[in-house]
Design a protein around this ligand. Structure first.
Ligand code: NDP
Length: 279
């Protein structure tokens, strides 16, 4: 279990990722630099963006400004982006990666993900990621929104096992079977929309637990993740929330409280279902 915002977790290829990161989904490009900069100043080391978010330019500016403000080096940050995988050919995936790098104004990525499996649209894209990884342009490669059957298929031809599967995960969608499969194959699970985009925060069980611990509902849900060794990316544009979302290392949920939160599971998604979402 991680014990601070700058605690890292080891991937199956030996590289390490901060356990808790800042996501920038749905932030307009022109506002993203300020958010990313504030995140870095407030101790976040992992920034999660994607080609489709349209804010890689702002993310890149924020990284530069965050490094200048803190005196950190690029190597002390962990930058993730994702290829929007609408049946990309090998060459198109390589181009998408090069464009992402250019927009971010970086010379390597720490992690590059296939954003969605589509209708088995990932075979050529994965080969491209493997080659970019072999060339040292990405420190680790992974997938997002892959169900067990997608992973089984990917593992049947992959030369490199993905380090991570980034999926929607919160107490209403605990993804236990997928987590078990990933653990068996040394693939880390990283939660997106860990707060269910805010919707989980009004849940009575979450609120009651928060009152008991004198913590916020968001802190309770994020603590529930880290006590299960689930990697996290959480988004806020507000500095005070960035700080409180990272202030989750000074209390512990009891086993009964963990179980009560897990029992909220209804396999309920706030985002698309990977098995029907095709683009
Ligand atoms: P989150 O579950 O992180 O929730 C974000 C929402 O909750 C925002 O509206 C934010 O508002 C609000 N919020 C944040 N902190 C608090 C708090 N302490 N109290 C009350 N409200 C709060 O949703 P996201 O969908 O953004 O997921 C996180 C990240 O995961 C994304 O930013 C992205 O990087 C990644 N992601 C990946 C996907 C994928 O397909 N791979 C899909 C979706 C997300 P405000 O900003 O105003 O504070």
């Amino acid at each position: 279990m991680i014990h601070s915002l700058t605690d890292y977790v080891r991937f199956n290829n030996g590289t390490e990722i901060p356990g808790l990161g800042l996501g920038v989904f749905q932030i307009p490009d022109e506002d993203t630099a300020e958010v990313v900069k504030k995140g870095i100043i407030n101790g976040y080391r992992l920034i999660d963006t994607a080609q489709i978010y349209g804010n890689e330019v702002g993310t890149g500016i924020g990284i530069k400004e965050g490094l200048a403000a803190t005196g950190l080096s690029r190597e002390e940050l962990f930058i993730t982006s994702k290829v929007w995988n609408n049946h990309l050919t090998y060459d198109e995936t390589i181009n998408a990666f090069e464009e992402t790098l250019e927009r971010l104004a970086l010379d390597y990525l720490d992690l590059y993900l296939i954003h969605w499996p589509g209708k088995n649209a990932y075979k050529e894209a994965w080969k491209a990621l493997e080659d970019l990884y072999a060339a040292g342009k990405i420190k680790a490669i992974g997938v997002s929104n892959f169900e067990i059957h997608h992973l089984e298929d990917l593992l049947s031809f992959a030369k490199v096992v993905p380090v991570v599967n980034q999926v929607e995960l919160h107490p209403k969608l605990t993804q236990q079977a997928l987590r078990d499969f990933c653990e068996e194959h040394e693939i880390k699970v990283q939660a997106w929309s860990p707060l269910m985009q805010g919707k989980i925060l009004t849940e009575p069980v979450v609120k009651e637990t928060a009152e008991k611990h004198q913590k916020t509902p968001a802190q309770i849900v994020l603590r529930w993740d880290i006590q299960q060794d689930i990697l996290l990316v959480v988004k806020s544009v507000h500095e005070q929330r960035m700080q409180s979302n990272a202030d989750i290392f000074d209390f512990e949920l009891a086993p009964a409280e963990m179980a009560r939160l897990s029992n909220l599971n209804e396999a309920l998604r706030s985002g698309p279902d990977p098995d029907v979402f095709d683009f």
